[in-house]
Design a protein around this ligand. Structure first.
Ligand code: C5J
Length: 225
């Protein structure tokens, strides 16, 4: 493995592996971030997610400058909903359900305008873009094999929402042996208290799931390495 860089982090320094660390951007798609999508249909204020966009853009620029691996995910189902369990689709009383037509096409359906990643964070041609039917990025996606083929051992997490798809993906990654860091200002939730709780619980018990640190700390460490 290439030499590790120690990044100041909570609860103790994170061992960053240059070239072996993929940047993961979870679900920065219009359906969660813009009005009229899935997030809004659940009654959420989507503007609460916007502060993560700048830090994620800065991290993408740094990863691209080094040619390091990047993974974007989208929560997106097949058009016939065969990969969307009724237990997911029929839960609660949203104003629109998954698959219903909305302001940006059918909600959370692959290929619809709402599932596209917001223009500020648009993927580039050589980056992995994973459509996932679940909250976690490994469930029914084949991503683990793709990361193994790239010899990725470490993952830096960003995206939305902190306590749902980001945390689920980070837990799945931890179970698969990846060393995981969550970027504090590169993730957001519709519920600030849930974001705070997630940050606290992943680092408890000696980084039981992983580490967290601000984007500025990570970027400065990468720059000076
Ligand atoms: C949600 C996600 N919140 N991307 N999805 O349903 O976190």
């Amino acid at each position: 493995m290439s030499e590790l860089i120690e990044i100041s982090a909570t609860p103790f320094p994170y061992p960053f592996a240059p070239g072996k660390t993929a940047l993961v951007v979870i679900d920065m798609q219009r359906d969660f971030v813009e009005p009229g999508g899935f997030g809004a249909s659940l009654g959420n204020d989507v503007s609460l997610l916007h502060s993560a966009i700048g830090p994620i853009a800065a991290l993408l620029a740094a990863w691209r400058a080094h040619g390091w691996p990047i993974v974007h995910t989208r929560e997106a189902h097949l058009a016939d909903l065969s990969d969307c369990p009724p237990a997911k689709r029929l839960r609660g009383a949203p104003s629109l359900r998954i698959g219903d037509p909305g302001a940006m096409g059918r909600l959370l359906i692959r290929g619809e305008p709402g599932t596209s990643i917001i223009p500020a964070l648009a993927p580039q041609r050589d980056e992995l873009v994973i459509d996932k039917p679940g909250k976690g990025m490994f469930w029914a996606t084949g991503l683990h094999r793709m990361l193994q083929a790239l010899e990725v051992t470490h993952l830096v997490f960003t995206g939305v929402t902190t306590e749902v798809c980001v945390q689920t993906s980070m837990r799945e990654a931890n179970d698969r042996g990846y060393t995981c860091l969550l970027v504090e200002d590169g993730t957001e939730s519709y519920f600030p208290a849930f974001k705070a709780a997630t940050l606290a619980m992943i680092v408890a018990q000696g980084a039981i799931i992983g580490w967290h640190t601000p984007s500025a700390t990570l970027l400065a460490a990468i720059d000076s390495a």
